[in-house]
Design a protein around this ligand. Structure first.
Ligand code: FMN
Length: 186
């Protein structure tokens, strides 16, 4: 499975980017190829001018096109996803997510805007053709404690929600599906 993750945070030490890359590590067993796009590393003026021909942006768009699973991570800013994520999503061709599985992830200062995944991000994913959207995972900052290594430590309930959201594509679930199919065949 080809997996591309997109991080839409402008922060250097970003919780949502960490969570997005952490989700990739939970999928190591099923990923045959994975790529991470940090939108903050793409050239700002090309992003703002929607220059999809700029080489690093063109490569990022290609990485989305080649993925079976796209993980979209964002901080919650002013009750919605980040503007940085939006400028990148706006560069994608129409139907860029058609036929792909999409996992939406967000981090926010409090649970107040946890529904932003549903009312703000999911309609955009749907407009890009995504029809197989996994359960969104929202984490508060308190659920991602800083670690001295520079990373974060996910709270157990967050880890459980992330693994549950990934169940449809992880081997454990596939073996359940296989078992179900066997039962159906009998
Ligand atoms: C400009 C700005 C706006 C924010 N707006 C919200 C908000 O509306 N709701 C919320 O829960 N958190 C809000 N936050 C907090 C961030 O969503 C939160 O700290 C998040 O984990 C940051 O993610 P990052 O580290 O990936 O950038 C805001 C933070 C900033 C800098």
């Amino acid at each position: 499975m080809h997996i591309t993750s997109i991080s839409g945070s402008p922060s250097e030490r970003s919780r949502s980017a960490w969570l997005t890359q952490f989700a990739l590590t939970r999928l190591e067993g099923v990923a045959t190829h994975s790529e991470h796009i940090a939108v903050r590393d793409l050239p700002a003026s090309a992003l703002l001018l929607a220059d999809a021909q700029e080489p690093s942006i063109a490569r990022a768009v290609e990485a989305v096109a080649g993925a079976n699973l796209v993980i979209v991570g964002t901080p919650i800013y002013k009750a919605a996803y980040s503007g940085l994520l939006k400028v990148f999503l706006d560069l994608l061709p129409p139907e860029a997510l058609r036929g792909k599985t999409v996992l939406p992830l967000a981090t926010g200062g409090s649970p107040a805007h946890l529904l932003a995944l549903d009312y703000a991000l999911k309609p955009v994913l749907s407009a890009l053709g995504a029809r197989h959207v996994l359960d969104g995972v929202f984490a508060t900052d308190a659920q991602l404690q800083r670690h001295e290594s520079g990373g974060y430590v996910p709270a157990p309930e967050l880890l459980a929600r992330l693994d549950r959201a990934l169940e449809p594509i992880t081997p454990a679930t596939r073996s359940h599906q296989d078992a179900d199919e066997l039962i159906l065949r009998r």
